[in-house]
Ligand binder design. Structure first.
Ligand SMILES: NC(=O)c1ccc[n+]([C@@H]2O[C@H](COP(=O)([O-])OP(=O)(O)OC[C@H]3O[C@@H](n4cnc5c(N)ncnc54)[C@H](OP(=O)(O)O)[C@@H]3O)[C@@H](O)[C@H]2O)c1
Length: 317
């Protein structure tokens, strides 16, 4: 609620205790639905819409916001939006929020603005903290494996970031199983246990299950957060009648129209019919499937409107 220009969070935000799941073998509880800032929170997006989505999220118990250095566009601007939100609304609630960021993809020009060197990770996190107006992040990820930097260099940078107090926990995203195993062991042996793995998992992309990553996380007490659980919107009603002008696909940035095959469309029609028969929306059914997979802590969704978020949240109620 905004009263006299000031946001006050709903006093009912924690009414549903069952909305939180333990993240692996750790002290951290995460909401079963988390909100990602990859799209819809950049400098190109209307601030008041981003703001309304985060208010609705927090008012409904979503305590985890996921960012990365390069989310926008332009790069860095989703973190700037987070910084503005901290100043405008969320500063009084800082200790109720679990905010993550990442580094691993191209961020600034030259040899030190990409991949997994200590130089890049350390500098990137400092920049992220400045943009988000935060002293620390709750969680900092290696966003992808750097095949040319020694794993130990990337991992030791994560350890030192925690020692410096700039992140409370560390995570790994998109690393293959073999390197994940090395990472898990290294971090454990350096007393900074790996909190969570972030990987793409949805009804039409089950790689973390097929590759053994989800099983490994379960076995080792590592949380698993599923990104793009709606396959960027494909597993919703969004594209059943063509490509809406305001959709992610119309913007042709990360979701190509080639994905809209007749097979995919009939798969989604079927999903929708089954969902309807159960009194659910298509997106709700797709998210429920992900949450039902043993070892999944949270679904990390995106939303371009409050209505989408509202519909998606039903998967965990
Ligand atoms: N670690 C990584 O490498 C990585 C990679 C990708 C994402 N992520 C994280 O995961 C988060 C979520 O990724 P994602 O945005 O791809 O997730 P997603 O939930 O699969 O897709 C979100 C998009 O689906 C559409 N949508 C959502 N709910 C809908 C509904 N109820 N009805 C119709 N359409 C709906 C919206 O598209 P429209 O914009 O068209 O409305 C929305 O922007 C990101 O923000 C980021 O934090 C991490």
């Amino acid at each position: 609620m905004i009263l006299k220009g000031r946001y006050t969070a709903s006093e009912h935000r924690y009414d549903d205790e069952g909305f939180y799941a333990r993240c692996g073998r750790s002290g951290v509880l995460l909401p079963k639905v988390s909100l990602g800032f990859w799209h819809n929170f950049g400098g190109v997006d209307p601030y008041e819409r981003s703001r309304a989505i985060t208010h609705y999220a927090f008012d409904n118990g979503i305590t985890h916001f996921d960012l990365a250095n390069n989310y926008g566009p332009p790069y860095g601007s989703a973190e700037e939006t987070m910084g503005r939100l901290m100043d405008d609304d969320f500063r009084p609630y800082r200790d109720e929020l679990f905010i993550s960021s990442k580094a691993g993809y191209d961020m600034w020009p030259g040899p030190y603005g990409n991949w997994g060197s200590r130089k890049y990770l350390m500098a990137s996190l400092d920049q992220s903290l400045q943009r988000m107006h935060l002293d620390y992040v709750d969680l900092f990820y290696s966003h992808r494996l750097d095949p040319l930097t020694p794993l130990e260099e990337t991992l030791q940078a994560l350890v030192d970031i925690v020692r410096q107090g700039k992140a409370l926990y560390v995570g790994i995203s998109n690393w293959p199983l073999e390197q994940l195993k090395v990472g898990e062991r290294y971090l454990r042996e350096h007393d900074v246990p790996l909190l969570i793995y972030q990987g793409r998992l949805n009804m039409i992309d089950k790689k973390p299950m097929e590759s053994g990553i989800l099983d490994f996380c379960k076995e080792r007490g590592i949380g698993f957060i599923a990104f793009s659980p709606l396959a960027q919107g494909l597993l919703t009603d969004r594209y059943l009648n063509g490509i809406p002008d305001d959709s992610r696909m119309a913007k042709e940035r990360t979701l190509k129209s080639e994905r809209l095959t007749p097979e995919l469309l009939s798969y989604v029609q079927e999903l929708r019919a089954k969902a309807e028969a159960n009194g659910q929306s298509t997106s709700e059914a797709a998210l429920r499937w992900v949450l039902e997979q043993e070892g999944v802590t949270s679904v990390l969704i995106g939303a371009s409107s409050v209505a989408q978020l509202e519909s998606n949240l039903r998967c965990a109620r």
